[in-house]
Structures are given as structure tokens and as C-alpha cells.
Design a protein around this ligand. Structure first.
Ligand code: UD1
Ligand code: CA
Length: 455
């Protein structure tokens, strides 16, 4: 039977250096919790077991990952150090397996790097990297090929602090050896904690082979302790995502001003102007053009559609050759058929618009079914809410709704009907008629305007 690989993720930290109550692994990077990045990588390794050590905010972490049935959650009641965290998981680890230890706050580690680490035949192998600025990381002390110790910043001498090879926190160790070393840990150090890094010296003392496996990418092993580090890593990740999109043929006006917080899939000939944020899952068809300052979340946008400046789209389905914006708002359930035009200051929610329908200015369309070729005049409102319930508005094909019309739902307008401007429509309108629901205009002759009173 091949050797079993168990993974132990240390994620009990509260992010004290972020001064935040939120568990650190729930902070987001490119729109996803740190732990989510790590779990995606772990899944590719197909380990035999995954243990995640959680502490303060454990309920929140477990709730955020409740769909991951394969995770074994381990509770670290007191936060006494990284060594103490692994001690909590130890009773659940199989003696004859190998344990791969990962840090929840270093989310970008790649499968390739971990595969490389797992190739090591040593009893204990630590993943290391050279950092230009090694401040705050544990320093690697070598003697020939053997890794003899990891010294934490606070315990390091001035000479040791000059060492640029650091502990990434990732290590792979034979579980029997790990358990033996963990049982010997003390908290006799500058931090007064049980430091996982001390197992390096302990393993050496027991005669085990201990080696360092060097990664060449400092970014993938960066640990996140502060919001400044999180922001720096976010920039780095965004740079990579945007570069990938550009390499695939997407024209991005300014790579530093495009953020993808989720997954963006784009066809050929797509253009993205500055300050655009994509969230969740967004699909752009061929030749889609996105104007500046748009926020687009969980949408699919068809080929040839143009989204103009300052539009906010969420949960919308937009078909081919539509025009949206500037200043349009599409909310969840907005479903636009081919060639639909949504202009400035138009809000659409849970409504379908048929082929070629237009709402070019200042309108609210909620809970409505709007047929093909309909023209919605400026200032039209579907009055869908009576203060308690939401009601539907149905507008048949080819209807012309005059400006400043209130459609009081539930209401139906038959195909081909015309609604006079300024109408308040409360009753069903038959097809092909003209409906006008407004006060009749009257004329008062000899009208005298009021004049200013003299004192
Ligand atoms: C740790 C390493 C350091 C390494 C650095 C890499 C130790 C003692 N130090 O330092 O050598 O260079 O990572 O980023 O291991 N955690 C728990 N329970 C605890 C303490 C920590 O689960 O009681 C978790 C944290 O949530 C975090 C991880 O372990 O995900 C690392 O802890 P952190 O306090 O950030 O260690 P560093 O000081 O960064
Ligand atoms: Ca850290």
C-alpha cells in the first residue's frame, strides 16, 4: 500500500496583527477566503485526510466551509503556538503516514511546489525560500545539506537575522517522528509559545534526516499577517489574473485598474476599460465592451453587447447585441433578450425584456415580463410593491408606454397597446388600444397670476 498523505492546515489564528475579530482565514483574496484558495490546492493533491485546526471564530470558519464534508475540523481551544496547534491534530493522524503541514495564512502555495516537496525522501523536509526582506520570518540554519534549526525573528541573533533563507511554514514529516517531536516541545522561547519550528532541532537530535526544499517563488509562500501584506498580495494576484486574460486576447485598458474577484471567462475581441470590478462568476461573449467604472457580479453577457460607463450589474443575463448604460443598474433576475437597450438611470429587477425592447431613460422595472419591441418611456415605474407583497406586471409585444407612467401591479397590458404619457394604469389594458389614465387638462381663461403684496 502506498504511503498515506495526511494534510494538517493551521488556521486557528485570529489575525491579531490585523486587529480584526474576523478569523484570518476568512479574509478574502481575489474575492475568496484565504482558506478557500488553500483547499482548492489541497484537493488537487488528493490526500488521504485533511485536518484543519481552528480556534477563535471556529463556528464562522466551519459555517463558511460547511459544504466541505471531507474536512476533519480540529479545535484548538487556547492559542499556544503553531506547535500546540499541530499537537491538537496529532491524535487523529495515522502513525505510518506522512503529514504535510500547511499554514492557513499562506494561501497561494501551488500544487507543483507541494508535489516537489513530497518527492523528498528525508524524514522531515521544510519548504524554504530566499526573501529580499526576511523580517518576521523564521530563519533557516543549515549545516551542509542538513537543516539543523529554524530560529524565529524574536529569538534570532543579529547575525542570524541577516540570513535570507526563511521558513515558509510548510513542511512534510513522517507522522511517527512528528508525534515524537511534538511530545518534547516546550514554550521556553521569546514568544512563550509551543513553536512548531522547534521540531527541526528535536528531529536532528533523534538522528532523523532533516532537509530543506527551496521554492523559487517568494510570492506563492508569502504569509499574510497584516492588511498591508494582504493588499500587496491582492495586487500581485490581480496582476497575474489580468495578465492571463490579456495573454488570452482580452484588451484591458489598464491592468492596474481591473479587478477580478472570482472567475471571469471572456470570448474573443473583448474590451475592458478602466476601474472595472468583476465579482463571482462572470461570462463575457465575443466582442463585449465594458466601459469605465462598472461593477459586474455573477452575470453572463452575450456577444457584441456594450456596457457603458458607471453601470452596476448583478445576477443578470444579458443576451447578444444589447446596450446597457451609462449609469444602468441590473439587479438579480434581470433577463435581457437580444438587442435590448437599457439606458441611463434605469433599474431592472427580476424582469425579462423581450427582443429589441427599450427603456432608455429613468425607469424602474421590477417583477415584470416585457415583450419584444416594447418601448418604455422615461420615468416609467412598475409599482410592484404594495407595502406587503410584490406583484407582477405583464406588458405584451410592441407596447408603447408613454413617459411618466405608473403601472400599478398586478396589471396586464395587451400586445400593441399604447399608454398615454403621465398615466396611472391600475386596470388591464386590451391589445392595440390607447389607454390614458390621467386628469383631463382644463383651461382657465383670464387667469390672474398672484402678485406681491405691498407692506
Ligand atoms: C510562522 C513560522 C515562521 C514562518 C512563518 C511563515 C512558527 C513558530 N513560525 O510564523 O517560522 O517563517 O510562519 O509564514 O511556526 N496558528 C494556529 N494556532 C496557533 C498559532 C498559529 O493555528 O496557536 C496558525 C495561524 O492561524 C497561522 C499559522 O498558524 O495560519 C502561522 O501562525 P502565525 O502566528 O502567523 O506565525 P508566524 O509568526 O507568521
Ligand atoms: Ca503568519
Amino acid at each position: 500500500m502506498p504511503e498515506q498523505i495526511e494534510i494538517c492546515v493551521l488556521a486557528a489564528g485570529v489575525g491579531s496583527r490585523m486587529k480584526s475579530d474576523k478569523p484570518k482565514v476568512l479574509q478574502t483574496l481575489a474575492g475568496r477566503p484565504l482558506l478557500d484558495h488553500l483547499l482548492a490546492t489541497i484537493r488537487e493533491l488528493e490526500p488521504d485526510a485533511v485536518h484543519v485546526v481552528i480556534g477563535q471564530g471556529a463556528d464562522q470558519v466551519q459555517a463558511a466551509f460547511s459544504s466541505h464534508a471531507d474536512i476533519h475540523w480540529v479545535h484548538q481551544r487556547e492559542r499556544l503556538g503553531t506547535g500546540h496547534a499541530v499537537q491538537q491534530a496529532a491524535p487523529h493522524l495515522q502513525d505510518d503516514s506522512r503529514t504535510l503541514i500547511l499554514l492557513g495564512d499562506a494561501p497561494l502555495i501551488s500544487t507543483q511546489t507541494l508535489d516537489g516537496l513530497l518527492q523528498s525522501t528525508a524524514d522531515l523536509t521544510v519548504l524554504t525560500v530566499e526573501m529580499d526582506d526576511p523580517f518576521n520570518y523564521g530563519r533557516i540554519i543549515r549545516e551542509a545539506d542538513q537543516l539543523v534549526a529554524i530560529i524565529e525573528e524574536k529569538d534570532a541573533s543579529p547575525a542570524q537575522r541577516l540570513i535570507r533563507e526563511i521558513n515558509t511554514g510548510v513542511m512534510c514529516v513522517r507522522t511517527r517522528l512528528l508525534k515524537d517531536c511534538l511530545s518534547k516541545l516546550t514554550n521556553d522561547n521569546a514568544q512563550g509559545e509551543y513553536l512548531l519550528t522547534d521540531i527541526v532541532q528535536l528531529a536532528n537530535q533523534s538522528g532523523a534526516s532533516v532537509s530543506a526544499h527551496k521554492s523559487h517563488d517568494p510570492v506563492e509562500v508569502t504569509g499574510i499577517n497584516t492588511f498591508a501584506q494582504l493588499a500587496a498580495l491582492e495586487r500581485q494576484v490581480q496582476k497575474n489574473i489580468v495578465k492571463e486574460l490579456m495573454d488570452a486576447g482580452v484588451q484591458i485598458m489598464d491592468p492596474a485598474r481591473c479587478d477580478v474577484r472570482g472567475k471571469l471567462t471572456a470570448g474573443r475581441g473583448v474590451f475592458i476599460d478602466i476601474n472595472v470590478i468583476f465579482e463571482g462568476e462572470v461570462i463575457l461573449g465575443d466582442n463585449v465592451s465594458i466601459g469605465p467604472n462598472c461593477v459586474i457580479k455573477d452575470c453572463s453577457i452575450g456577444s457584441g453587447t456594450v456596457v457603458k460607463a458607471n453601470s452596476v450589474l448583478e445576477g443578470a443575463q444579458v443576451a447578444d447585441n444589447c446596450s446597457v448604460g451609462p449609469f444602468a443598474r441590473l439587479r438579480p433576475g434581470a433577463d435581457l433578450a437580444e438587442g435590448v437597450g437599457i439606458g441611463n438611470f434605469v433599474e431592472v429587477k427580476k424582469s425579462t425584456l423581450g427582443k429589441g425592447a427599450k427603456a432608455s431613460h429613468l425607469a424602474y422595472l421590477g417583477d415584470a415580463t416585457i415583450g419584444a419591441g416594447v418601448n418604455i418611456g422615461a420615468g416609467t415605474i412598475t409599482c410592484n410593491y404594495d407595502g406587503v407583497n410584490k406583484w407582477q406586471t405583464e406588458i405584451g409585444e410592441g407596447v408603447f408606454v408613454g413617459s411618466n407612467t405608473s403601472l400599478v401591479a398586478p396589471v396586464k397590458i395587451g400586445a400593441g397597446a399604447t399608454i398615454g404619457a403621465g398615466s396611472t394604469i391600475t386596470r388591464e389594458v386590451d391589445p392595440d388600444v390607447l389607454a390614458v389614465g390621467r386628469a383631463k387638462q382644463i383651461t382657465i381663461s383670464n387667469w390672474q397670476r398672484p402678485f406681491k403684496k405691498k407692506d
